[in-house]
Design a protein around this ligand. Structure first.
Ligand SMILES: Cc1cc2nc3c(=O)[nH]c(=O)nc-3n(C[C@H](O)[C@H](O)[C@H](O)COP(=O)(O)O)c2cc1C
Length: 368
């Protein structure tokens, strides 16, 4: 299945390492640090190496690695203020935020950054995080129903001077948010991303999200989800853009790259990976059709939190660039990347991989 519209150049996002331990649950050396200083320098490198977006993670407490965590909206703002062009995407949990308070925070942050603030609405898999904070853990379908209402609320309050919403979870009564987010051509309000892959997530994505993020998967696995979400979006007269997660190990030879991947998995923190594997059964696997993130993840997949090895971005720059184009062909608009040694590899990506991606995209255009 190829995408019907004329395709824009692929966009690139990177995972902000705002929790300790990096993006793999492994005892391998990671020259990545979760500190603000490291993250500011990383963001500055990323924006001159072809990255459009920086996605932070929301984690309130330790579990399965990630012993320390920076809060996602604050680190996103700090990063945006230290850069010129990079857009930041702050992950947020409905259920832990009152949406009007978040809408206000985003509107202010959007003002400070000239329209570079976005949100990633995540419905949650980490039950302990909610119960230890004293909040109820809703059943899967209810979590998504709440997330959908949360997104409708954000859109309403950002765009309407007399915002009204009478929902099951949230309410608004003739509310006029001032200031509103910045007016930016091409967007009605700060972009709303979501993360999730279950049947509930796909329905919500098609109905209300601007962007739908997927865990790592094969091109066929991605194509199947893209089709589902597009079908829902079409019924609702909308269009949705798609982001695919991948953990990139690009090296001068493919032998070197695969040796790194093998070492990451061989040095996995077994106890943490198994604990994580058990916690994420709260996601799509807890539903009737058992579809969703981590539905069939094996031990080695779970060593990367978001199944990033499955995307197969391992090898030489040329091999990886070709693989990236396969994802574009099945509907990806954006690749979300994680790395072992973030600062070094973001530069390697910009220098060695991205130029080949752009060449291949240009060749593709000539063929059309
Ligand atoms: C790209 C991406 C980023 C995510 N980031 C977070 C996060 O920062 N914090 C979090 O608790 N969950 C995060 N999630 C997980 C979602 O909240 C949700 O629990 C997960 O997608 C389960 O989906 P499912 O139940 O639809 O299968 C993310 C998911 C994706 C795809």
């Amino acid at each position: 299945m190829s995408s019907p519209e004329p395709r824009e150049p692929l966009k690139f996002a990177y995972w902000v390492p705002n929790v300790s331990g990096g993006l793999v649950v492994s005892k391998i050396e990671q020259r990545t640090d979760w500190s603000l200083e490291y993250n500011v320098k990383l963001a500055q490198l990323a924006e001159v190496n072809g990255f459009d977006y920086a996605l932070s993670q929301v984690r309130y407490m330790a579990g399965y690695g990630a012993a320390y965590q920076h809060e996602s909206t604050s680190i996103s703002l700090a990063i945006a203020l230290a850069t010129q062009r990079l857009k930041v995407i702050a992950a947020v949990h409905p259920g832990l935020w009152q949406p009007g308070v978040l809408a206000k925070l985003v509107a202010s942050s959007d003002q400070y950054t000239g329209g570079r603030f976005c949100v990633n609405v995540v419905s949650g898999w980490f039950k302990d995080e909610f119960t230890k904070l004293g909040e109820p853990w809703l059943e899967h379908g209810e979590r998504y129903r709440r997330s959908e209402e949360f997104i409708r609320y954000l859109r309403e309050i950002w765009t309407n001077d007399h915002a009204e919403l009478n929902g099951d979870f949230y309410r608004l009564h003739d509310f006029d948010l001032k200031p509103k987010p910045v007016e930016v051509e091409g967007r009605a309000h700060p972009e709303i991303f979501m993360g999730g892959n279950s049947t509930d997530a796909r329905g919500m994505g098609g109905r209300v999200a601007d962007w739908y993020f997927m865990n790592g998967n094969t091109p066929d696995g991605i194509a199947e989800q893209v089709q589902d979400v597009r079908d829902v979006a079409t019924v609702h007269g909308r269009s949705v853009k798609f982001g695919v997660n991948g953990f990139m190990v690009a090296r001068d030879t493919d032998a070197e790259a695969y040796a790194v991947l093998d070492e990451i998995i061989a040095k996995a923190d077994v106890e943490a990976v198994e604990g994580f594997g058990s916690a994420v059964t709260q996601a799509g696997r807890s539903t009737g059709d058992k579809k969703g993130m981590w539905q069939d993840s094996e031990f080695k997949d779970l060593v990367q939190y978001n199944d990033g090895f499955r995307t197969g971005l391992v090898g030489t720059p040329e091999q990886i660039a070709r693989r990236i184009l396969e994802y574009k062909a099945v509907g990806a608009d954006l690749m979300l990347l994680g790395f072992l040694h973030f600062q070094e590899e973001v530069e390697y990506f910009g220098r060695e991989v991205l130029p080949i991606v752009r060449e291949l995209e240009a060749l593709e255009l000539e063929r059309v």
